[in-house]
Design a binder for this molecule. Structure first.
Ligand code: ATP
Ligand code: MG
Ligand code: MG
Ligand code: MG
Length: 478
């Protein structure tokens, strides 16, 4: 079943069951606590919190999502993309667990001829939150799932929140068993690679406050008990298309295979190259979708996410092909073509998308050309003196003069068998930031007319630094 058809079926099923179909919101979050939309419920958050009255009691959508937090998983696991689509059904104080659970099961298991996804119940497992006896009882008694197929998991797995203050609650998830060739028996508790999570049903009933990870206070009950679910479109496509992972599905797979052709590699020949091809296919698609929603490459926030995705694509393509040929134009075209069934606006925006991506590829090529010579000399010097650590001063100069993000330096150093003195690099960055701040302050004191400029400068200095440190904490790229 094609990806586009899966999305249509999902919406049809919930529309038939009384839900209003709501179009996807932009990837760029309106919510000031978020940069980009990581989940289908984000556009509905004010309704869950009772801040706004929803125009409908129940709704369904296929929401465009970006999760930069998963960037390191891309290509290595079978199931993590940076851009993906979350299909969901939502109840704002209408139905709760007793209806959400049977509805999900019906859609997943009912025959294809009857509008369902036709998955064999013998392939499915479910989880519930530790003390959620209610949900466990619904699975067992109302749906008829065998008790040994219902596993209980803790906060980390079965308690959902947005990662920022907002609605939260216990959840219950559906997993698909890919079979013994993918890992050990024993359900999702035993093996998350063999048993792949496809659908999360969240019982939104509490509001969480500030805190890191799962360490936050529960501020109280939400005004109503709500339902928020998320079924990964790409993950379901992989299951229904009988392929090994999401990168080989109809849409992402087209970019992957074209990337192999262009770089003269063969998918399936070499595990390391396979990861790179999957990364390219994923990142090009994510970049297309981000530019389509108006994001421009830059050094901070969403712009930096986009820049990083594009630069990682270019680096991987260079490593795969052993050349510095510009391939992004062609791969962008394939990605737009593959996605335009679901997002017809991409075809209208194709010229703009190409313009932005081509320019960024060109700029990055220039950055690489200019900085690579300096990098090479510094690496040579390090090795000649018998060292194995690329100095923080050199890394800083690459950053300052050529705009080399630290993750690029780290990655190129690694290829030369060198590590990088990141501590010294960071000290230099911090010193530069302090100097800029002091400069700005001095200007402000000396001339009142400059105060606005100083504020802007101060702010830009801060955010620029944050931009890179965000990226650094996302760890290092190939
Ligand atoms: P996992 O444990 O596999 O990382 P998750 O628990 O982080 O997934 P949820 O936050 O519950 O995922 O999101 C709901 C659904 O969205 C998931 O069940 C999955 O189908 C899909 N999904 C989540 N993250 C991704 C991703 N990076 N790429 C593709 N689909 C995803
Ligand atoms: Mg995850
Ligand atoms: Mg999970
Ligand atoms: Mg989950």
């Amino acid at each position: 079943m094609e990806t586009a058809e899966i999305a249509r079926r999902f919406l049809n099923f919930f529309e038939k069951n009384g839900h209003t179909v709501v179009p996807s919101a932009s990837l760029v979050a309106e919510d000031p606590t978020l940069l980009l939309v990581p989940a289908g419920m984000v556009p509905f958050k004010p309704y869950f919190l009772g801040q706004r009255t929803p125009p409908w009691e129940t709704a369904t959508s296929v929401q465009k999502c970006i999760r930069t937090i998963d960037i390191e998983e891309v290509g290595k696991t079978s199931r993590h993309a940076t851009f993906f689509q979350m299909m969901g059904n939502f109840s704002f104080g209408d139905y709760f667990k007793e209806k959400a659970i049977p509805l999900a099961w019906e859609l997943v298991t009912s025959p294809v001829e009857e509008g369902g996804f036709g998955i064999d119940p013998e392939k499915l497992w479910v989880t519930v939150y530790l003390d959620d006896d209610e949900a466990a009882a619904i699975w067992r008694d109302k749906v008829g799932v065998r008790p040994e197929r219902i596993q209980r998991m803790g906060m980390d797995e079965n308690y959902w929140d947005m990662g920022v203050p907002g609605p939260c609650g216990p959840c219950s998830e559906i997993f698909y068993d890919r079979g013994p060739e993918y890992g050990v028996e024993g359900g999702p508790e035993a093996d998350e690679n063999r048993y792949v999570e496809i659908w999360n049903l969240v019982f939104m009933q509490y509001e969480r406050g500030e805190g890191v990870g799962k360490d936050y206070p529960i501020l109280g009950d939400l005004p109503q008990q709500n339902i928020d679910t998320g079924l990964g479109l790409e993950r379901l496509a992989a299951v229904l298309q009988g392929v090994d992972n999401i990168y080989e599905t109809d849409i992402i797979g087209r970019v992957l295979h074209r990337a192999a052709e262009l770089t003269g590699t063969r998918y399936g020949d070499d595990p390391e190259q396979d990861v790179m091809l999957r990364v390219v296919a994923d990142h090009v698609r994510s970049a297309v979708m981000l530019v389509g929603d108006g994001v421009k490459p830059g050094n901070e926030k969403a712009g930096y996410v986009l820049r990083r995705l594009l630069r990682r694509s270019v680096r991987n393509l260079r490593l795969l092909s052993g050349t510095d040929t510009a391939f992004l134009h062609e791969l962008t075209a394939v990605s737009i073509d593959a996605m335009k069934d679901i997002y017809p606006d991409l075809a209208d925006k194709a010229e703009i998308i190409h313009g932005v991506i081509d320019t960024e590829e060109q700029n990055f090529a220039n950055t690489l050309r200019a900085g690579t010579a300096l990098f090479g000399r510094a690496a040579e010097r390090t090795k000649e003196s018998g060292g194995s650590v690329f100095s923080g001063a050199d890394a800083f100069q690459l950053h300052d003069t050529y705009g080399f993000p630290i993750d690029l330096t780290l990655e190129m150093a690694q290829e030369q068998g060198l590590s990088v003195d990141e501590g010294a690099f960071r000290d230099l960055m911090e010193r530069q930031r302090q100097t800029a701040k002091a400069d700005a302050k001095a200007k402000k004191l000396g001339n009142a007319d400059l105060s606005l400029y100083s504020q802007m400068h101060e702010k830009a200095g801060d955010t620029d630094f944050l931009g890179y440190s965000d990226a650094e904490s996302e760890s290092h790229i190939r």
